[in-house]
Design a protein around this ligand. Sequence first.
Ligand SMILES: [Fe+2]
Ligand SMILES: [Fe+2]
Length: 307
Amino acid sequence: MGAFLPRGVIITTVVDNYLDVFETSTPVVERIVPGKLKRPLLAGHGLAFLVEVDLGEERFSLLMDTGNAFDFLKHNMEALGRGPNEVDALFLSHGHPDHYGGLMGFLAWRGAPLPVYTHPDVFWPKYLATPRGKVGPWELERAGLEKAGAELHCSREVQELRTGVYLTGEIPRRTEFEGGMPGARIIKEGSDLVDPLVDEQALVVNLGEKGIAVVSGCSHPGIVNTIHHAREITGNDRLFAVIGGFHLAQVSNEVMARTAAALKESKARLVVTGHCTGFRPNARLSSELGDVFAINCVGTRVVLGGP
Ligand SMILES: [Fe+2]
Ligand SMILES: [Fe+2]
């Protein structure tokens, strides 16, 4: 493990629900130039980020989540000129299939062991009880993953993967307006329960004076809670960037207003949302945060810090 904090991090979106080739680049949010790719990218439900951390002497590469299905994860990685053997580890943010759907395929594609970091509760069967009926159940099978080459590191606590690179562990619920997902159920030790979604963790990269980068999968614990926890873990209050799915489509107007206000107060220099954030929440955050906000797309590269 290096002794110095990361100098920079590049977060490339490999899978997201959104794709828009007309979004413009900024120095920090680079958009793909479609004509330069071998083939077009595909949008698809779910999320996967390729996170490359510059640690000076070492480059640490992490695949965070794998989208809903392996075929478009593989398609997009290949279109972006990336391969399965260039990652040092995989982080599964939580036990929902739009994040682990491509995992078994990815391990088979790689064909070599891979450290996989996650929370132990991702392996319980889960389902959604919706007004339109039951969705699921789904289950990520631990034995199958291990057989496919996953070297599992399951923890409820903070894990520091490299100096300044953290998985948050369980995220305390501090705000009264966040947390939970209507209809989310978990079958734990034979009991059918409301899923408290404690298995969701975020990735945090501490870039020192530049601030922290918070990368969140679905933000079921609440994006504001996630930011609080990331600041506490790193002891760094500066917020460089918040990136990921915020899962706000179903929240009330009041919760939306409080979330937007808290994001404004957070003084984040960059907020990049996609996946499960929701169309109206994205529109609202765009209008409230102005240039701080960017929509995430497949192929987007968020380039933070660096030498
Ligand atoms: Fe999701
Ligand atoms: Fe989720």
